[in-house]
Design a protein around this ligand. Structure first.
Ligand SMILES: Nc1nc2c(ncn2[C@@H]2O[C@H](COP(=O)(O)OP(=O)(O)OP(=O)(O)O)[C@@H](O)[C@H]2O)c(=O)[nH]1
Ligand SMILES: [Mg+2]
Length: 386
């Protein structure tokens, strides 16, 4: 009996093996047929082969599998240069910026004897360095008096008197801090000015410094004239990890500014920096629009600071712009950019006198750390090459 059982079992196993073999062979034939059909379709005119799915090449045994591709690294947040080294670097740049005021002062100090002609030349240099007639007369009179009274012939002493008088003219008593303290956050800082003076760049540089000092910041791209303007601001924001609120090209700048400040308030940020479009001061409608932007923002939060951004190389024309902007929005501070170029340092004094508001920041280059808080002593030392 037992052998009958094993006989039956053997038969069953054999039948299973034969069945599996049949299945494998028929699958293989089916795959061959499908491939043949696919090749025929590929070869037919006008038909493109479907893209082959990429498969990883087989590795020879024992070879390590390459590591899976890592996701792109989060952009590293940039760390601003510390203020001390930045100021030293900026002072050097100011001294080498070849401006007329520095040259005039150097000439005066290098004369053995200060004659009437030397004074006259010095006066001319001061006026042509954008200092303005009033401040020039004031400076020359003060110097003449002090140098004569004290009978100074030592150039070092003369230089230090000149430094003192210049610092006085630049007025170290002015409050140059950025106004961002407010009982009703966020503080709102608006940047205004004519085309290409450096508003957007200054927003970026300022935001970077604020973030480094522990403030939370949001940017408002109220320059809706060109999409590229909002892109430029957004790029600055991404570099320092802050959000930019922007509208579509041609949107009402006041509504974008409003939205930015509202978002800033909702999110509890400390400071909202609002970039505005460059506008010609002689275009009344554009100037009116600026007034509207400020009024609309103030429906939510007071504007704590309106910074007028002036290109220092434009000289006297900058003063004309300053006057018109001040009529439309109350300017609370001035940013003088491009003092690294062919700018004439005297504009600092002239513009402060014109508006009665302080220069708060100076731009000395296109780099992210090329903005310095203005300091009367540092500035004069830079001019005198001290
Ligand atoms: N040398 C130098 N270049 C600067 C300085 N500040 C800005 N720039 C450059 O000036 C050019 C214009 O700067 P933006 O910040 O785009 O000026 P803007 O006022 O926003 O211009 P609009 O939005 O077109 O009115 C850019 O090439 C800046 O890199 C500075 O202090 N020194
Ligand atoms: Mg801009």
């Amino acid at each position: 009996m037992e052998y009958i059982f094993w006989y039956i079992m053997g038969g069953v196993v054999l039948a299973l093996i034969i069945a599996s073999a049949i299945v494998i062979v028929s699958n293989h034939q089916h795959r061959l047929k499908t491939r043949q059909a696919a090749q025929e379709i590929e070869q037919a005119p006008g038909v493109q082969a479907p893209a082959q799915e990429e498969t990883a090449p087989e590795l020879p045994p024992g070879e390590a599998k390459p590591e899976a591709e890592l996701p792109p690294e989060e952009p590293k947040q940039e760390v601003p240069e510390p203020p001390a080294t930045r100021l030293a670097r900026l002072r050097k740049r100011l001294a080498s910026s070849n401006n007329a005021l520095a040259r005039g002062l150097a000439e005066l100090l290098s004369s053995d004897k200060i004659s009437a002609q030397t004074w006259e030349d010095f006066e001319t240099t001061l006026i042509s360095s954008d200092l303005g007639i009033g401040p020039t007369t004031q400076l020359v009179d003060a110097l003449k008096t002090r140098l004569a009274i004290d009978g100074i012939s030592d150039p070092d002493q003369a230089r230090s008197i000149l430094r003192e008088e210049l610092v006085k003219l630049v007025d170290p008593s002015m409050d140059r801090t950025l106004k961002i303290d407010t009982d009703t956050p966020p503080a709102v800082v608006m940047l205004v000015g004519v085309n290409g003076t450096g508003k957007t760049t200054t927003v970026g540089k300022l935001a970077r410094d604020l973030v480094a000092s522990g403030k939370s910041v949001l940017l408002g791209a109220a320059d809706t004239f060109r999409a590229a303007a909002a892109d430029q601001l957004t790029t600055w924001g991404e570099r320092i990890g802050v959000e930019t609120v922007r509208g579509t090209e041609g949107a009402d700048p006041a509504s974008v500014a409003f939205e930015a400040v509202r978002t800033g308030k909702d999110k509890g940020v400390d400071v909202v920096l609002v970039d505005t479009a460059g506008r010609l001061h002689n275009k009344t409608n554009l100037m009116d629009e600026l007034g509207k932007v400020k009024r609309v923002i103030e429906k939510i939060s007071p504007v704590t600071e309106v910074l007028l951004v002036l290109d220092a190389t434009t000289g006297q024309n900058g003063l004309v712009q300053a006057r018109v902007f001040a009529d439309v929005v109350d300017i609370t501070g001035i940013v003088l950019t491009k003092l690294d170029g062919s700018a004439k340092g005297g504009i600092v004094v002239a513009v402060q006198k014109e508006l009665g508001v302080p220069v708060k920041f100076i731009g000395l280059g296109e780099g992210a750390d090329d903005l310095a808080p203005f300091d009367a002593g540092e500035f004069v030392d830079g001019l005198l090459g001290l």
